[in-house]
Design a protein around this ligand. Sequence first.
Ligand code: F6R
Length: 244
Amino acid sequence: VHNNSNNASFFVANEIADLIRQRQKEGKKLVLGLATGSTPTKAYDFLVKFHKEEGLSFKNVITFNLDEYFPMEADSIHSYVRFMNEHLFDHIDIKKENINIPNGRLDREDVREFCDDYEKKIQDAGGIDIQVLGIGRTGHIGFNEPGSSLTSKTRLVRLDRVTRLDAASDFFGLENVPTRAITMGVGTIMAAKKIILMAWGEGKSIIVKEAVEGPIRESVPATFLQNHPNCSFVIDEAAASELT
Ligand code: F6R
């Protein structure tokens, strides 16, 4: 628990940067799982700062984003492609071919094959070394809404009404929020070697308590993280306020 989200984000960015540098020294790649949304933006700002001011290089980094709305054009203001470019990729030296984000522009009949390929690509890259997560008020990680099983893999899902309501202002109305998304599964996330979940503010305090202290169950997918051997919740005091 950090006293504010700025310090917490600095801590997370440093954890990532240290591992990038360590792998670089060993001449190895680092596979990074990334999230979008309001939570990780400060950590991405710090990574950009480390790149610009300290020469942190992302040439040995491969990224896999958790999710994308479906359908979604890549150049839409709402796309996670655009989000990632704006907050991170446009400002660092990552190779374009090392960036992976679920494709929201596919024909419906091609989605299954794309999702299977996404899983295979993660495996071929050697698996995810660090997965960055936020948490939704439904207890979702990625877009694994209540009811997602522990073994779920990358797939097309329906978004919970609460999740769509939370996105409504960004989309200028609930009716404009997509009803579906492509997301890595709980099983995909659980296979990561290290997981860092971030959460800020009082609005997340009840779901953080549920995720950390509640019984492990499909109705709160984040509770599955309790069984991960190397998962930390990096949170601010407000998000920690309901913890016993
Ligand atoms: C985003 C994602 C979601 C968000 C969650 C929290 O890629 O997978 O699980 O992390 O909805 O969103 P924010 O950070 O906007 O509160």
